[in-house]
Design a binder for this molecule. Structure first.
Ligand code: AMP
Length: 123
């Protein structure tokens, strides 16, 4: 999938459907994930439609870097920055991507180690 098609996230950007918006500027929007996988789980999306990581162009460098800056700011606002959090972006089917508008998942409020905490680190 590589065409820039509108998704449910376009509707959130345009306020056509509701979301719990945590931050917004001219480039990005952050809002709570509707199906949280951790005590803190929000998404950071660009306003520009970029379907997948594979579609990130050279000209998108500022936008994609900005997503991380927004993630850190919102994490700070929500009080999870110091303890830490996971920031992850899924790509296509094998990556578990379901919405084809890139988004950074930010998960925290509990240990989010990978592999799932320390058990799998044992050899
Ligand atoms: P992914 O599977 O990486 O594409 O992630 C898509 C994420 O979007 C999932 O974690 C969903 O719970 C979340 N999501 C889908 N629809 C909404 C919505 N209307 N508001 C907030 N989050 C949503």
């Amino acid at each position: 999938m590589s065409e820039a098609q509108e998704t449910i996230f376009t509707k959130i950007i345009n306020r056509e459907i509701p979301a719990e918006v945590l931050y917004e500027d001219e480039l990005a929007l952050a809002f709570k994930d509707i199906n949280p996988q951790a005590p803190v789980h929000f998404l950071v999306i660009p306003k520009k439609i970029i379907p997948t990581i594979n579609d990130i162009a050279e000209e998108d460098r500022e936008i994609v870097g900005h997503l991380y800056r927004v993630a850190a700011k919102v994490a700070q606002d929500l009080g999870v920055a110091a303890d830490g959090y996971r920031a992850v972006m899924n790509c296509n089917e094998h990556g578990g991507q379901t919405v084809y508008h890139i988004h950074l998942h930010v998960l925290g409020g509990k240990p989010m180690g990978w592999p799932p905490y320390t058990e799998k680190l044992k050899v």
